[in-house]
Design a protein around this ligand. Structure first.
Ligand SMILES: *[C@@H]1O[C@H](CO)[C@@H](O)[C@H](O)[C@H]1NC(C)=O
Ligand SMILES: *[C@@H]1O[C@H](CO)[C@@H](O)[C@H](O)[C@H]1NC(C)=O
Length: 147
């Protein structure tokens, strides 16, 4: 009898604690594409459109902004830049970019994990131009034009 009660109690505790541990869903944010990229000159190294991930601010954070620019160094000559645009995952192109991005740490919408910024407008800008976001490629390497 005591064992049954103990097992029931144990089961109850497991049921009670499991949802509490799992209550933080991932903050998965869909991609946004920059519109009219050619006119704006906001293209990646290979001429593909630039993009970002944005989650809207709420409450008293609605007018505050946190913009994170991904790092990644420069490419330094035509060969180096061609290689980055062609094989560099997302650092020279948005060709294979992920359509969602999980906001974590200081980008998270969870007040416990991210008490300072959780309800701010939060933007993650992937790096794709190989020149610290100064790029305005008007004539991408013609070998890249298969996107
Ligand atoms: C281009 O830059 C890379 C990386 O610094 C270097 O290894 C390569 O020799 C350079 N190529 C030319 C043609 O300058
Ligand atoms: C995109 O993915 C293809 C297929 O896996 C690969 O060949 C190509 O190098 C990738 N491009 C970039 C820019 O990562």
């Amino acid at each position: 009898m005591a064992t049954t009660t103990f097992l029931l109690l144990l089961g109850f505790i497991v049921i009670l604690t499991t949802p509490l541990q799992a209550q933080t869903p991932d903050d998965i944010v869909p991609i946004s594409w920059v519109q009219n990229v050619i006119v704006k000159g906001a293209v990646c190294l290979d001429g593909t459109p630039s993009a970002y991930y944005y989650e809207q601010g709420q409450g008293d954070g609605a007018n505050n902004w946190l913009v994170f620019l991904q790092g990644g160094g420069w490419c330094v000559n035509q060969t180096d830049c061609f290689n980055r645009a062609t094989y560099g995952k997302s650092s020279g192109s948005t060709k294979n970019i992920s359509l969602t991005f999980t906001f974590r740490d200081f980008l998270s919408n969870n007040p416990t994990n991210n008490p300072d910024f959780y309800n701010w407008n939060r933007v993650y800008v992937p790096y794709c131009d190989g020149s610290s976001f100064t790029g305005d490629v008007e004539a991408p390497d013609s070998r890249c034009s298969n996107f």
